[in-house]
Structures are given as C-alpha cells and as structure tokens.
Ligand binder design. Structure first.
Ligand code: AMP
Length: 344
C-alpha cells in the first residue's frame, strides 16, 4: 500500500474528538443531565471523548476547600453513575492535568479584554456576586478555551448557556492559527435541540441552576421520589390549563423535561398528554423523572463507596489526557518561541 493511501486510511479510522466538562459547585441538577450529560453518554464510542470535572473553574466561586473536595468526588461518581464509561472515554479531574492552566496563560495573551468583557455569563455572575468579581471569573472562558483546544476537540456538547463561550474559544483558536500556523482544531458547539436550556421550576424564565438559593427551583440528581413529586407539583405554571408548546414557559419547561427523560421529542409528549390536566401531567412527569433517577441513584450509591474504582478510573484517564495535553503544549511553546530544555 502506498504512503498516501495509508495516511488516508489512518485519517478515516481516526474518530472526531469531543470535550466537555462540568463544575463541581454542588450536586448536578436535571438541567445538567438533560442539557449536557445525556449527550456526553450518547457520544461515547462514536467519538473519542474527553470529559472532565472542572474543579479549577469552581474556584471562581471561592468555595470552602472541604466542600469542593467532596463535591468533586461526588460529581465524578455521579457522572459514572449516569453512564460515563472510563474505559471508553477519558474522564479526569481538570486540576490533575496542569497543562490546562499553562495553556490558559498563553491564550490569555491571544484573547482581548473587550471580548472577555462582553461575555453575558461574566456580566450575570458579576451582578449576582457583586462582592466577589474576581479576575478568575473574568478569565473563566479563556481557561475553558484552553480545556477544549488542549485535546483538539472537534465538538463540545454543552447547554445553551455555554454557546457564547464556545464561540469565544473558536475566535481564540482561529486567531492563534492565523498568527502562527494551523495549531488548534476550531471546535463546534453541540447543543440538544429541545433540552439545551432547562428552566427553573419556580421562575421558569430563568435557567435551572445548582447555585440557585431556592432549593425548590431545581431537581438534584440525588433527590428522592417524594422530593421530585413535591417540587414538580409546586412548579410554576400558568392558568391556561393546556399541555401545549405554545403555552406558558412553565408548562413548556415541563414538556421539555418530560421529553428529555423519555428520549423523545416534545411534540410526542404533547400528543400523549394533550388532554391531561396540569395536575395529572405533573404527576406523570414526576413519576418519569423519579423512576429514571432511581436507577442512576442506585449506581451512584454503589460507586461512591468504591473509592478504589474511582481512583483507578482517574489514573487510567490521567495517562491518556496527559499524553495529548503534553503534545499540544510542546507544539504551542515551540510556535510561540519558548526555549525547551535540552536533554542532558
Ligand atoms: P455547569 O454546571 O455550569 O458546569 O454546567 C455543566 C453543563 O451543564 C454545561 O454544558 C451547561 O451548559 C449545562 N447546563 C447547566 N445548567 C443547565 C440547564 N439548566 N439546562 C441545560 N443545560 C444546562
């Protein structure tokens, strides 16, 4: 076989790369699950997937050390419980791969102040935490760009709220490639069509978030059946009483949650429950959500006890992540002109 044919075959065999991460700022919500995690699980096998628990990103919230450690391990176990497979995917803690912060520093110098200042998440978080507008919060999307570009990700599966950050990562990658020579893969965002933004149950105009002070606004992946039933029963809906996609935002949100948990589209949910009252629809949605969560929670209970297994997943993944991360950094440092140390 000639060399060109071999190269082409190799390229065809190479899977496209996927990268995504979740912050351990608390236990995951069903918003994280429907908007991101379900997609992560589905992409395994078909793509070469790199997933991480973004503990360094969580530092922007200035959390207590013991909480951060506990949340990090719990979120890691929860993702495995949801179906992330550390034999199929490379699944690691962001802080274990030092190259994330190294690349972030380099990329800081190729990202503009004005671009970072325009990020809506920065504006929202600064407004919500006016007493702690730290530089990390401002530079957050640049660390995120480093996460993605380090592994040459073609696709980044995230919820809608992250779209602007991924667009920013693309801009940085293109600028660097143009300034030097093609170095980074320019990533594309992957957002689920209908569950890219799951909203708060108490204020359905807003995104469901694990940092919301109102515990009734979200459903945690660890909530038991009674809690799920109670929270969904109380979910804010309008007074129209129609299960319809052109109804109020509250009922649309419940339709989207239901569709995502049933792995179907919202139209099918409307078809199935169109004649139901809000009360009985809410009871059905609660049943569907609680029953899916119960299977995941059984896995989670088993995994959190198995520290040896969690460590072995991290170790395997670390080797794979580190290999690629180091390769990227060598290339980057060479291009920007840092002098390597000679072997003695
Ligand atoms: P975070 O919790 O901010 O680290 O987000 C982890 C992933 O979950 C990201 O891809 C987010 O876009 C996604 N996500 C977070 N909250 C929601 C939500 N309410 N609806 C859909 N996706 C979400």
């Amino acid at each position: 076989m000639n060399e060109t044919r071999m190269d082409t075959n190799k390229q065809m065999e190479q899977k496209k790369v996927v990268y995504s991460a979740v912050q351990p700022t608390g236990m995951l919500t069903i918003g994280n699950f429907c908007g991101a995690i379900k997609n992560w699980v589905a992409l395994q096998g078909q793509y070469e997937c790199y997933y991480s628990v973004a503990d360094l990103h969580s530092l922007t919230l200035c959390m207590n050390g013991a909480d951060l450690r506990a949340y990090t391990m719990n979120v890691y176990a929860m993702l495995l419980a949801c179906g992330i497979d550390c034999d199929q995917s490379t699944f690691f803690l962001q802080s274990h791969i030092h190259e994330h912060t190294e690349l972030a520093w380099v990329l800081n110098c190729y990202a503009q102040y004005g671009e970072a200042r325009r990020m809506t998440q920065f504006k929202d978080k600064s407004a919500r935490h006016a007493d702690n507008v730290n530089v990390g919060l401002f530079a957050y999307p640049i660390l995120q760009a480093a996460d993605i570009l380090l592994y040459g990700a073609d696709f980044v599966p995230v919820g809608k709220d992250q779209k602007q950050h991924i667009e920013f990562a693309k801009v940085i990658a293109e600028r660097f490639n143009h300034r030097f020579s093609p170095t980074f893969v320019v990533p594309s965002v992957l957002i689920p069509k209908t569950s890219g933004k799951i909203n708060s149950l108490t204020n359905p105009e807003q995104k469901m978030s694990k940092s919301d002070p109102n515990v009734n606004s979200y459903i945690l992946m660890t909530d038991d059946k009674d809690t799920v039933v109670r929270k969904i029963k109380r979910a804010v809906t309008d007074s129209e009483g129609r299960i319809s996609l052109d109804g109020g935002v509250g009922i649309q949100n419940l339709i989207h949650i239901c569709a995502s948990f049933l792995d179907t589209d919202p139209q099918s949910v409307v078809k199935q429950y169109g004649d139901a009252t809000y009360e009985s629809f809410k009871a059905s949605v609660a049943e569907i959500v609680a029953s899916k969560l119960s299977g995941i929670q059984d896995n989670y209970a088993r995994l959190t006890k198995d520290k040896t297994y969690l460590q072995s997943c991290m170790q395997k993944s670390n080797q794979r992540a580190k290999y690629l991360a180091q390769k990227t950094m060598q290339k980057v440092y060479r291009k920007i002109g840092l002098v390597p140390i000679e072997k003695p």
